[in-house]
Design a protein around this ligand. Structure first.
Ligand code: NAP
Length: 216
């Protein structure tokens, strides 16, 4: 059984855990307050879920998801994440995360910052422009005419391949919006980020319509 380590047990971490278990994965999930505070969630998720520390989730995960707001991302277990695909669900929200002038000036994206923090990992931005509960609500079988498409950005083709497969298992089409320097196209405020059901063609059009200076 493939294991997904999920660092962050909030809205996104919890819903990705549910979708992963429904798709046949095992999950190790983590919050900031300790395993005992996750007992109820683990009970709800069932026997294929366990709580752990960030280092344990990173070590156990064949794939690891980091579903933690940007201002809190500096203490990730770098050694245990080395060599792995790390799915970063983070949306840069200055009102919450503080202002990052280099991002604001368009010199770097938040996900390139994450890649620099975890240089031995393969960062992929994914699951950022869908409201978390809709990961379960909007899932459709492959080939449905109105199947929702989600973007993925990475500097590593193998990470895009892995997320494309995961999206498909969860019930979504994938659009490759690589590399990480292009990931601003799905940022809050951009057409692709709006909470609508984008088909693949609509998402591709909205990625092309993205504007550098969109204010959040
Ligand atoms: N909510 C959405 O629908 C949505 C959709 C797409 C993307 N996003 C983005 O995804 C990120 C996560 O969003 P969210 O809504 O899931 O946030 P959230 O509900 O606030 O959950 C954050 C989780 O991270 C945990 N955490 C914080 N610091 C940690 C650390 N150092 N180690 C381990 N766990 C830590 C928190 O633990 P505690 O509970 O113990 O504090 C909490 O479980 C954000 O950047 C957000 O903008 C959100």
């Amino acid at each position: 059984m493939t294991t997904i380590g999920i660092i962050g047990a909030g809205e996104v971490g919890n819903h990705i855990a549910r979708a992963a278990i429904a798709s046949g994965y095992r999950v190790v999930i983590v919050n900031s307050r300790g395993t005992e505070t996750l007992a109820k969630m683990i009970e709800e998720l069932g026997p294929h879920a366990q709580a752990g520390t960030s280092a344990e989730a990173a070590a156990a995960g064949d794939i690891v998801v980091v579903a933690v707001p940007m201002k809190l991302i500096n203490d990730m277990p770098e050694k245990e994440l080395a060599g792995k695909v790390v799915i970063d669900t983070n949306n840069y929200m200055p009102w919450r995360d503080g202002q990052y002038p280099t991002i604001d000036r368009g010199e770097i994206t938040e996900h390139e910052i994450r890649q620099a923090q975890l240089p031995a990992s393969k960062i992929v931005k994914a699951f950022t422009h869908i409201q978390a509960p809709r990961i379960l609500l909007w899932a459709k079988v492959s080939g449905s005419a109105d199947r929702v498409a989600l973007a993925a950005s990475s500097n590593f083709p193998e990470a895009i391949k892995l997320v494309t497969n995961l999206y498909d298992q969860f019930g979504f089409d994938a659009v490759d919006n690589s590399p990480l320097s292009e990931s601003w196209r799905t940022r809050p405020g951009q057409p692709a980020w709006r909470q609508e059901r984008h088909t693949r063609a609509e998402l591709e059009a909205n990625l092309a319509r993205a504007h550098r200076n969109t204010r959040r």
